[in-house]
Design a protein around this ligand. Structure first.
Ligand code: PRP
Ligand code: URA
Length: 210
């Protein structure tokens, strides 16, 4: 696996992903867990966020401090399921802009189909965190990354909760320059393109539509 792919495997993340997978986890708990895991992952994935110097006045004196540089990062969930990671990350980065890329996988071809895009005008000048709970074939993440690059984004990171080896390999081939953070790496895909053991359809479990 290339150097810029990080499988977090942190005990808290592994613990929470176990409950996220469980078929008996209800919608409320699924939402809470997805949000909590996303927050933990974002802490790791922002470890090299650029800072700028700032002066701060404490009750005793003025000293040098640091803050996130410029307008800060932009969060871009891939709709629908990426929305389930937004709240958790906003707990850490409450003032960031949130863009949206709407993609769904065609059930027969498994190819992603774009249906909605709304991004900040100045996205090219800002670090972007692209988020989606599932990296299965990798087609959706790859298309979204290609789109963001075409808009001039240079500082781009992809975060997913569960990755399949097939998705990691596709991103390796098509976007070797992009850092990838995954909570855990699963075994494989089934014939319908679902991750095994996975958690089923992330969008349906988040939105109660199954
Ligand atoms: C899911 C998931 C990813 C995609 C992953 O979305 O949220 O976007 O599948 O699969 P891939 O790596 O093979 O492209 P889905 O198409 O089910 O849409 P939804 O989020 O609206 O349910
Ligand atoms: N999308 C999902 O929601 N789950 C999978 O296992 C694969 C793609």
């Amino acid at each position: 696996m290339r150097d810029n792919v990080t499988i977090l495997n942190h005990p808290l993340i592994r613990h929470k992903i176990t409950y996220l997978r469980d078929v008996s986890t209800d919608t409320k708990s699924f939402r809470e867990l997805a949000s909590e895991i996303a927050m933990l992952m974002a802490y790791e994935a922002t470890h090299d966020l650029a800072l700028e110097p700032v002066e701060v006045t404490t009750p005793l004196e003025t000293c040098k401090g640091e803050r996130i540089a410029g307008k800060g990062p932009v969060l871009v969930p891939i709709l629908r399921a990426g929305l389930g990671m937004v709240d958790g990350i906003l707990k850490l980065l409450p003032r960031v802009a949130v863009g949206h890329i709407g993609l769904y996988r065609d059930e027969k071809t498994l190819m992603p189909v774009e249906y909605y895009v709304k991004l900040p005008d100045d996205i090219a000048d800002r670090p972007v965190l692209l988020i989606d709970p599932m990296l299965a074939t990798g087609g959706s993440a790859s298309l979204a990354l290609t789109y963001l690059k075409s808009k001039g984004v240079r500082n781009l990171t992809f975060l997913c909760l569960i990755a399949a080896p097939e998705g990691i390999q596709l991103l390796d081939e098509e976007h070797p320059d992009i850092p990838v953070y995954a909570g855990v790496l699963d075994r494989s895909l089934n014939e319908q393109g679902y991750i095994l053991p996975g958690l089923g359809d992330a969008g349906d479990r988040l939105f109660g539509t199954d």
